[in-house]
Design a protein around this ligand. Structure first.
Ligand code: ZN
Length: 268
């Protein structure tokens, strides 16, 4: 599932590839990905120029010349690719000016696209916590939030009301780098560990953005290429392999229906 670094990589690619283009024609191949009625979706997009592509959490925001926004939440398997061949899972095709084409591919059809006139119309944006690189994600905020919840720290990191865009892969990598047991209750996180969480969240996400994300299964950037953060993973998907710090085997446990990878020797 794409997390912040993957969506940010797509955003940067799209900024380069589609900003300034006009949407000439919208072709709906599979309306299940739409959260705006199909006729409305087409009418509000066709003829509009793309002014900017931004991101909030794991959602992409395409700013239109009408003042409205096309919001894309790619969820599990959605991909936004430019100038690629159409695929079996292509659900939407946007013919752009200068003979460019933007495709929305989605194997499992969990993704959601909609046109809104205000970002407040999207529930996800209303409940979302601070962006990890914003001033709002500071150690004071982190400590205050963690004090209020008895949940395991791993679950809190995944909670997008706490911080926007961190998912299963990066949560495991952040906790390993801070030497924190993913099962530890959030209330038991010490102040210096809260500082570490802030620092390592930013560091891991920055590294992952520089590596153009992690491709475990379906994620591709806008050019249809895979990300390379997989090579920098220290615990995620390394079950049974030696910890890079102490040599002990990496454990895999289930937490909230998701796999958690950690080193029980280094993370206490
Ligand atoms: Zn270890």
């Amino acid at each position: 599932m794409p997390e912040l670094p993957e969506v940010e990589t797509i955003r940067r690619d799209l900024t380069r590839e589609i900003v300034g283009h006009t949407i000439e024609k919208v072709q709906i191949i599979d309306p299940r990905v739409l959260r705006t009625p199909p006729q409305d979706f087409i009418r509000r997009l066709q003829g509009m120029r793309i002014k900017q592509v931004s991101r909030r959490g794991k959602a992409l925001i395409i700013h239109l010349s009408s003042g409205e926004y096309l919001i894309a939440q790619v969820m599990m398997t959605g991909q936004l690719v430019v100038n690629q061949a159409r695929a079996k899972h292509t659900r939407l095709a946007f013919k752009l000016s200068k003979a460019a084409e933007l495709l929305y591919n989605d194997q499992r059809v969990f993704g959601q696209l909609r046109v809104v006139s205000s970002l407040d119309e999207v529930k996800y944006f209303r409940i979302l916590g601070p962006e990890p690189f914003s001033a709002g994600f500071n150690d004071k905020y982190i400590q205050a939030y963690l004090k209020k919840t008895g949940r395991p720290i791993k679950s809190v990191l995944l909670d997008h009301t706490f911080v926007a865009g961190v998912g299963n892969i990066y949560a495991a990598e952040i906790l390993f780098r801070c030497k924190i047991d993913p099962q530890r209750q959030a209330t038991k996180i010490k102040p210096r560990e809260a500082v570490c969480l802030q620092k390592k969240t930013r560091e891991v996400l920055k590294q992952a953005i520089n590596a153009r994300g992690s491709s475990m299964r379906n994620y591709l950037d806008a050019a249809g290429k895979k990300g390379s953060f997989v090579r920098l993973m220290r615990v995620y998907a390394r079950e049974g392999r030696p910890c890079l710090v102490c040599g002990h085997g990496i454990q895999r446990i289930a937490q909230g229906g998701r796999s958690t990878f950690y080193c029980m020797k280094c993370q206490k």
